[in-house]
Design a protein around this ligand. Structure first.
Ligand code: HBI
Ligand code: FE
Length: 285
């Protein structure tokens, strides 16, 4: 964690408990904050039509994550908790890895409660409420995604070696953050880092530049990633039921294979890769 987690939240250190969970302070949002949310929501909703998987729109709708303003986490949680046992908790920003893993393992999704400033409309580095709630929370209604994210948290608590943790984080990065998925209607987005970014929404599906290859856990765990630019490789799931198995046995088997093989650059191509064609049915509403 490189940035000061409190810098954007307006909270003082003594206002943040050990688990980093704070009140959303819903009444503190200004009209300008809600307007930023509305404009971000409208733009992404329009752009995602025909580009994001159906489960994403189903989740937005079921949870009432709408353009009319920043959602109240209490309202989201009424529906989410009953559906998959998950809840959204407010945090000041990036939290330490162990704290993050512990929340996920217990089906609490830590969401930044503050929203980007108008001058950061197109891009921010830290996760704000738009990235976390618009990007991640809809798919927590999907059983496979919900189980995967909880298993990721539990897995994070089983590893201590920084290189193992880096390999594990790549599995999350290339699926939950930047994953693509094959559907009957063509290739679709499901990663939150893509779904909350207008530029990457188009780039990930339509650019000729990046690799798009079938998600293989060992291949993913070997692949470094860029945090300050569009991805050079997208991994494609054949369906949500094919999310990697992060239970102790299968994960450790994949981890052992990845440890024994060289790391790969973000734009690497290797002989075993199974490229996925964008296809004529993709990205048209
Ligand atoms: N904290 N709030 C928050 N959100 C994240 O996505 C996050 C984090 N802390 C650590 C982290 N992600 C990653 O480095 C982990 O996947 C290890
Ligand atoms: Fe994220």
């Amino acid at each position: 964690m490189t940035t000061d987690p409190l810098s954007r939240s307006g909270l003082k250190p003594d206002e943040v408990p050990a688990d980093f969970v704070v009140d959303q302070r819903y009444q503190h949002y200004t009209a300008a904050d809600h307007d930023t949310w509305s404009r971000l929501h409208r733009r992404q909703f329009e752009l995602l039509r025909g580009r994001v998987c159906d489960e994403f729109f189903a989740g937005l709708s079921a949870l009432g994550i709408a353009a009319d303003g920043i959602p109240d986490f209490r309202q989201i949680n009424r529906v989410l908790k009953a559906a998959t046992g998950w809840e959204v908790v407010a945090v000041p920003g990036l939290v330490p890895d162990r704290v993050f893993f512990t929340h996920l393992a217990q089906r609490r999704f830590p969401a930044g409660f503050w929203i980007r400033r108008p001058e950061e409309f197109d891009y921010i580095e830290e996760p704000d409420v738009f990235h976390d709630v618009f990007g991640h929370v809809p798919l927590l209604m999907n059983r496979s995604y919900a189980d995967f994210v909880a298993a990721y948290g539990a897995a994070g608590l089983r590893y201590a070696d920084p290189e193992d943790l880096a390999r594990l984080a790549r599995l999350y990065w290339y699926s939950v953050e930047f994953g693509l998925i094959e559907t009957g209607a063509g290739l679709r987005i499901f990663g939150a880092g893509i779904a909350s970014s207008p530029g990457e929404t188009v780039f990930s599906l339509e650019s000729a530049e990046p690799n798009r290859i079938r998600l293989d856990p060992v291949r993913v765990m070997r692949t470094r990633y860029k945090i300050d630019d569009f991805q050079q490789t997208y991994f494609v799931l054949p369906g949500f039921e094919a999310m990697p198995d992060l239970a102790a046995g299968p994960l450790e088997a994949a981890m052992a294979q990845a440890r024994a093989l060289p790391e790969l650059a973000a734009d690497a191509r290797i002989a075993e890769d199974r490229p996925v064609a964008v296809g004529a049915a993709a990205h048209r509403p």
